[in-house]
Ligand binder design. Sequence first.
Ligand SMILES: C[S@@+](CC[C@H](N)C(=O)[O-])C[C@H]1O[C@@H](n2cnc3c(N)ncnc32)[C@H](O)[C@@H]1O
Length: 210
Amino acid sequence: MNKYIAQLNSLPTHKVIKAMRKYAETNKIPIINDEGLTMILLLVDLVKPKRFLEIGTAIGYCVVNLALFNSEIIIDTIEKNPALYQQALDYIEMANLSERINVYCADALDFDLNLLTDKYDIIFIDAAKAQYINYFELYKNKLVSNGIIITDNLLFHGLVVNINNIESKDLRHLTEKIKKFNQWLAKNKEFQTRFFAVGDGIAVSQKVIK
Ligand SMILES: C[S@@+](CC[C@H](N)C(=O)[O-])C[C@H]1O[C@@H](n2cnc3c(N)ncnc32)[C@H](O)[C@@H]1O
């Protein structure tokens, strides 16, 4: 984030947050950046969600921030990697948030949705980028009628606007999938989506009420 703007915004500064940032940096675990997190905290402030669902926990950095920021919020989050799941549980316990953050160790695309709360006020999709359409289609029915779905990494480090310059075939293919998701979302008549060049590119989608 622009350093000047970053120091104007205040983010949770709990010691567990600091430890998580350090761990993520040392172990190269992708977590939401400050700009993206600031945007999600703003949306939490505006929507005042009782229930929040995250797809893709990693070590629990985003959800621990949210639960420290808003003392009412109840969060479910799904992580498929067992080692990251365990790490998230440990940090959540350290922050005394186990009663408000439930972590499921599962593939979100192969998960019994009946295990979850009926509906969520906010759903945050932040897992495998190539699967975004599938997560969106699967989880949209878990949203309250005036709820929002947030999706991250739509710019994919700026690569989506520079696909022709990508040398690696796999990386180009993944970037094309993200671009396809962005276009699919922009044209999706069921949701009104606004796109922001904030962090790594964030979309906020609201169900169109007929
Ligand atoms: C970018 S990280 C999540 C970061 C986290 N939201 C944060 O900001 O603190 C993406 C995570 O999604 C997980 N993931 C990928 N595909 C998944 C799937 N199908 N179901 C559940 N988790 C998945 C990965 O293992 C990885 O830990």
